[in-house]
Design a protein around this ligand. Sequence first.
Ligand SMILES: [Zn+2]
Length: 177
Amino acid sequence: MSATAILRTARAAGLDLRVDGDGLVLQAHAPPPPEILDALASNKQEIIDLLRPGRDGWSAEDWQAHFDERAGVAEFDGGLPRPDAEARAFECCVVEWMNLSFERSPPGRCRACGGGDHAHDVLLPHGTEPTGHVWLHSRCWPAWHAGRKAEAVEALKAMGIKGPAKLPDDFGKNGGA
Ligand SMILES: [Zn+2]
C-alpha cells in the first residue's frame, strides 16, 4: 500500500493525523485497528513527507488533492479524455505552484540579469495581483519563465505529481507569472 493509500485508510477509520516537528501525531476517538497502526509505523517517514507543507505552504497531499480535483473537473465537467484531463490538471498545478512560490522583486532592477532600466532596454512588471510583480527586461523574460516552469515541474514531480509524457507546445503560455 502506498503512503497515500495508508493515509486515506487511516482517515476513513476516524484517525486524525498531523506532523509535529519530526513526529507524527495521531488522534482518534476509538482505538484504531492494529493493522492501520502497523502500516502507519512502517511507513512513518513517507507519511510525514506527504503531510509536511513545503515552502509554498502546501503539502504533497494538498498538491495531490488539487491535481485530482482539477483532473476530475476537466474529465467530468469538461468532457476531456483522462490523459488530456490529467495534462490540464498538471498545468493548473504548475501555474498554482508558480503563484504560491512567487517572489516579487522591487522595481529598478531586472530579476533575471540584475541589470537596470534603460531607454533601449526597459524593465517591465510581470505577474498579477495578488502575487505582486517581478521586474524583468523583455528579452530576459522567456528564459526566466522557462526556468520557473522547470522548477515547478521538478517540485511537483518530487511530490509524486507527474505530468504528461509530453507537454503541449503552448504549455503554460497563458499561465501566471
Ligand atoms: Zn534583464
